[in-house]
Design a protein around this ligand. Structure first.
Ligand SMILES: [Zn+2]
Length: 435
């Protein structure tokens, strides 16, 4: 049994003082107020549940700082991203992903949804293990001490009726049936499996149902209406919006999470909300790529559960993503306070874990996966902080000091206990993207 004593801990509806927290076998067994018991590990500051990063493409981390100075659009950025994708193999991707997931652990992320489409070798040639790239990501998460949901992504076309070319050929299994046949399902205990449709551009409409059937009750993710150009192309090809196309082919539902959902009609918002489809917002990426601002308030009003992700990893900081949901809504509507700090924290914890197939994680309560993230209150940003408003609106990932994932200590005093020097690992593993 492990015992911690939190100076302050978020218990779902309140920030409680002096909380004794016990776990056995990776799950919480007791949460009780009181004085610090002998032998309990002190968690000084504000302790939160583990954060869930619902949308990640690990290899995009190698692009940080290398695409941010230039003019252009999502589409010019994408050409640079493809050059990085083309350089990776299972060994170099493992090394990069260990470092990226190490950075996530240091930021308080205890589970990641990896939207994985870099499946095959150059020219689309299969590795001896056709899941070698996905296996590298699963192994990397174990190395970094966090959980992963491998969202194995079906990616078949460059656009409506457009064949793949260049680096994209590595993403494809040929058709949805071959994609489904490659799936292995659940992995080791720290890993769960989910499916993804890259987008309505990349999976022809007549193959969507095959992916839905293969996903079963597992999480199913899809990039949705991140760009106006996708909407225009979908309207030209199918005379409907991407949301309408997905709804018509059975893709929407409570196990489904749409990523971005930036450019929606009122009818689209209704389809997502009434079907219980979740939306994962990635504000720092959406700002970085000049995507636009999603209608977070109307989506939530319609019944859509919101979660957050760091996507392109311009930064890895779920506090920035969570407050980005509220700040984007303020800019969009010219009104303050649509989402409370508690609602934003729920998006980054409970709802996020559920969206990637860990409904047993994301809260500090008996029976839940024993994840703890402690934010220091002796930093310049959080000195004097005694509430979660301070954390949600002022904290950065650098304020995370202690992380426990599944009952195991991963970060102590701001240092990654399993990996050591994560900045060095990041620097070494992304050298290949320098030229
Ligand atoms: Zn994405």
């Amino acid at each position: 049994m492990s015992v911690w004593w939190a100076e302050r801990a978020w218990l779902g509806d309140r920030l409680a003082e002096h909380v004794r927290i016990e776990a056995t076998g990776g799950y919480f067994t007791a949460i009780t107020p009181g004085a610090r018991p002998a032998g309990a590990e002190l968690l000084p500051g504000i302790t939160l549940p583990g954060l869930a990063n619902v949308h990640s493409h690990a290899f995009h981390r190698a692009l940080r700082g290398r695409t941010h100075g230039a003019r252009g659009s999502f589409w010019t950025w994408r050409a640079q991203m493809y050059r990085v994708a083309d350089a990776l193999d299972p060994d170099s991707y493992f090394a990069l992903a260990v470092a990226v997931y190490g950075e996530m652990a240091l930021a308080g992320i205890t589970a990641v949804g990896e939207f994985h489409y870099l499946h095959h070798a150059q020219g689309g040639v299969r590795y001896a293990d056709p899941n070698a790239m996905g296996a590298a990501l699963v192994a990397a998460a174990a190395e970094a001490g966090i959980r992963i949901t491998l969202l194995d992504t079906c990616y078949l076309a460059a656009g409506f009726g457009e064949p793949l070319s260049g680096a994209q050929i590595r993403f494809s299994d040929g058709d949805a049936e071959s994609w489904a046949a490659r799936q292995r399902g659940q992995g080791p205990p720290h890993a769960r499996w989910g499916a993804a449709i890259h987008s309505v551009r990349a999976v022809p409409a007549d193959q969507l149902a095959t992916v839905v059937a293969a996903a079963g009750t597992a999480p199913l993710h899809v990039h949705l209406s991140e760009q106006r150009a996708e909407n225009a192309a979908c309207l030209a090809a199918h005379a409907c919006t991407p949301s309408e196309l997905l709804a018509g082919h059975g893709v929407l539902g409570a196990a489904t999470t749409a990523i971005h959902a930036t450019h929606l009609t009122e009818a689209d918002i209704g389809l997502l909300g009434s079907s219980g489809t979740g939306v994962c917002l990635c504000p720092t990426t959406e700002w970085d790529l000049a995507d636009g601002i999603a209608p977070a308030g109307p989506l939530s009003d319609a019944g859509t559960p919101l979660s957050v992700g760091s996507d392109g990893h311009a930064v890895i900081d779920l506090f920035a993503e969570a407050r980005g949901v509220e700040l984007g809504e303020r800019v969009r509507t010219e009104r303050r306070g649509r989402f409370s700090a508690a609602e934003l924290l729920t998006a980054a914890t409970v709802t996020g874990h559920r969206a990637i197939g860990w409904p047993d994680a994301g809260s500090i309560e008996v029976g839940a996966v024993a994840d703890l993230v402690t934010v220091a209150t002796d930093t310049v940003r959080l000195a004097g902080a005694v509430n979660i408003e301070s954390v949600l609106f002022a904290a950065t990932a650098a304020d995370v000091r202690e992380v426990v994932c599944g009952g195991r200590r991963v970060v102590r005093g701001g240092h990654h206990e399993l990996l050591g020097d994560v900045p060095r690992l990041l620097s070494e593993s992304s050298q290949f993207a320098m030229d």
